[in-house]
Ligand binder design. Sequence first.
Ligand code: HEM
Length: 437
Amino acid sequence: MLPPEPGLIATFGFVRNPYGFLDRCAREFGDWFTVRVPGVAPFVFTSDPAAVREVFQGDPALLHAGKANSPLGAFMGERSVLFLDGGEHLHDRRMILPAFQGDRMRAYGPMMRSIARAAIAKWPADVRFPIHPEMRAITFEVIMRAAFGLDESAEAAQLKDLIARLFALYSGRLASLFQLPAFRLDLGAWSPWGRVVRLNREMETALYAEFARRRASLEKNREDILSMLLAARDESGAPLSDQVLRDEMMTILLAGHETTAASLAWAMYRLGQNPDVAHAACDEVAQLGDDADPASMRYLDAVVNESMRLSPVVPNVGRVLQADMKIARRDLPKGVTIAPCIYLMHRRADLWPNPEKFDPSRFIDSRPSPYSFIPFGGGTRRCLGAAFATYQMKIVLAEVTRRFEILPVAGYEPRPTRVSIAIAPSDGMPVILKSRG
Ligand code: HEM
């Protein structure tokens, strides 16, 4: 028998207020509960540490993440590493990994810093404004530059514009419904999905032309992600096909910027609420100097982790069971999705004393377990961009705290809201910034 479940109506809360829904389920049912969405196999949520360990260490042939991620295929195409399982997944992950390994970050760092500085220099002081759109602009610019390199051509500008317009459609108010096949109806150029389909086609043409242009160009040793993927070869010497490359690029671009921007918006909220923490971060930045290596930002690292602990922008991951399985002594049938719940795991009082308190010191001098601190998921599916995201977050927050004090906006309480593929604070996360002079 599956664990208990809230009614269908209550489940709509998962769309409207995901964190609130999960809190209610944990209060009512404890570590295990079942969520049903019409037309989809049941999701068995768990925040039992033993279960999460078993899932992350389990046999990927029996625990399919690609299938669990498939609703996001509507946004990114279905041939990327996010949606594959088994040998195919391993094959593509191995080919992409080099572009995201730790030592690559040092190459991306100066670019991330200069984009953040240019953007932050334009922010107003002493007035209320929404910071989430600003963070999205920074992370979009960063991922585009990391993905395509510095290219001032007209073709590059057109491609960037098409991708930006497509992602704007994905972050619209009703866009999360596109994850359900029933809402993907092409009823002509003016229907919501019809617009996505047409823009996608236009973007695809421009992207394929870019692949061809890059292959024909004599420029070697370019260090952007696209160049690395174009040059990648598997053990048999085969490159990635254009269709796979398209989907990998869309996954990296979308997964790479919306999640990081939403995480930055939440971090700004926490810093505004906790001036002592913001001060300590500012002191660290001052001590380290202008162009400090993010690897040396120990306090900011703790701030980023603590913010992701309380507000994980991806609240759960999923694995579809390929056979009947026993997980943490519980029998689960083939076909259900086991969903390790990041949000609830991060709020367990037995793992995180005083769990609601924002306290970066818990991460100083302590290495959190890969089964209790899981903002990037785990096992063979752990986020490929984890180092890229934390590196960038530290650089952006260092630049902000160096220049500004972050004042909370009176009366504002963030409501967790779905924006594209991430959960962000509502209303664009308003802040008031005061110049440090
Ligand atoms: C704060 C920012 C980010 C968060 C919170 C986040 C979170 C996640 C999570 C929870 C997963 C699923 C892991 C699992 O199923 O166990 C994932 C997968 C993935 N992420 Fe991220 N991510 C972030 C940034 C990025 C960035 C910057 C990139 C690329 C530039 C990226 C690329 C990917 C890819 C390619 C996968 C699929 C990995 C696979 O299936 O093997 N992510 N991410």
